[in-house]
Design a binder for this molecule. Sequence first.
Ligand SMILES: [Zn+2]
Length: 287
Amino acid sequence: MARRRVHGLAAVVTGFTLSLSAAACGGSPTASPWHPASPEASASATTAASPSLDPSPSPSPSPSPAAPSPTPSRAPTRKPTAKPTPEKAGFTIQRTTGSSGVALTFDDGPHGTWTPRVLDALKARGVKATFCLVGTQAKGHPELVRRIVAEGHTLCNHSWNHETKLGTLSEAAIRANMQRTNDAIHAAVPGAPIRYFRHPGGAWTAAAVKVSRQLGMSPLGWTVDPQDWRRPSASTIASRVVKNTRAGGVVLLHDAGGDRANTLAALPTIISGLRGKYRLIRLPDAH
Ligand SMILES: [Zn+2]
């Protein structure tokens, strides 16, 4: 049965999207088996909020940026210094919420120590967020997957074992990895919607974007990356987020992959700072 998915996200383009070279979410210098150091880890330690950081053209301003675009987005001329990106191959990654609301996203969990604390902090403040789960972690902590869903947060697939090179594999291998992860999540929460996929390390390829969409998941990026995985101070994390977030922004944070005490400690300031200007939302399950 044909299914038409409308993504709505590129409609809200605020001009501060992040360069694909972002290092985040991929790497912890101290590493875990599923969170190896990223070769991109030397990239900018600030955020994606500068328009000058993104050499790629803005997503189409079309009000209905459905997946199959009637006109290819491949640019007729390419800047000689621009890195090829999935966008330029005719794909679009979701980097904004699709509304004026701002989304907090937490990657790499669920983690037995940090995820419950993050959930507590969100619950205490009435904030719904989005959790990008690693399959092996979901398998190991089904009770936390259930709690994430029970407390009203949105699910996102973050690969089976945080494979930063996933997108370089065959489409069949990419599909198997994504499906295995969804299956692990659904073992804990049968039937729960998983409408997003975030590539580890932001290392998108056209194949990863394609397969993600085939499985009904919007390829999810971010607009603000405070590089919390590098464990800067809580005040630094919070100030980077609050300073660089704009309407429609997607904030990248981590609830696993290492000691997340600083991220946790930053949350009250992040939430209060953003709430002064924006509505904090979970990413919608329908698109
Ligand atoms: Zn990650």
